[in-house]
Design a binder for this molecule. Sequence first.
Ligand code: HPA
Length: 246
Amino acid sequence: MTKLAIIGGTGALDLFHPSGPAIENTVTRWGPASMAPVPVDLGSTQAWFLARHGRPHHIPPHRINYRANIELLQTLGARHVVAINAVGGIAPELAAGDLVMPDQLIDYTWGRDHSFSDDAVQPLRHIEFAQPFAGPAGDALRRAAARTDIDLQLGACYGVTQGPRLETAAEITRLAADGCTVVGMTAMPEAALAREAGLDYASVCVVANPAARVDAEPISMAEIHRVLAQSMASVVRLLEAWAEEM
Ligand code: HPA
């Protein structure tokens, strides 16, 4: 079975055609995953697909069972994961609809089950995490973008906030001062758990809106959903090329 997996985020629910039935048992030792992973066609290649907010979209970022999702994909044989993440753009040059591949993150989340090393039974593992998104999946995404002429901006730093509310303008000023160029709610603990589980993990961020500012119009969720819907055709093309590169 395929070693590829896609974790879909907000606006990325029904991007691909199922190529078989969803798996039946979604309950792991960490509890239930967000949904039953389903095999999908990425062009002529198969991949597992799992929507982290569930299907329909209903699980808020701080309630996602990230451990179950990652463990289930690993159990199914996935080894290379691309996550799709909706983000706000902090760097002024980022516009709504831009695609960004982060190479760094700062974790501002709290209270999430963020490690498999969580009791006396599990082995205690201190993973190396200096480059949280580095690996063959990200390398292949870069090649896929070059081949398809999709403008995938490289080198972002993803600030992961707790949500589900959006940030205050002062929080965004602080994130910018910390070096974050995009902000979203879901890359952690997902990226770290993937590393703990031995999965190669990269992220494609879709900039849905400029991040909060006092001198801008309030962020509209309707506008976020409109931008995401418009951007997903490029994400699909990119992931189909990614699957070929892998
Ligand atoms: N902040 C956090 N998460 C987001 C945003 C944002 O502005 N837009 C889309 N996801």
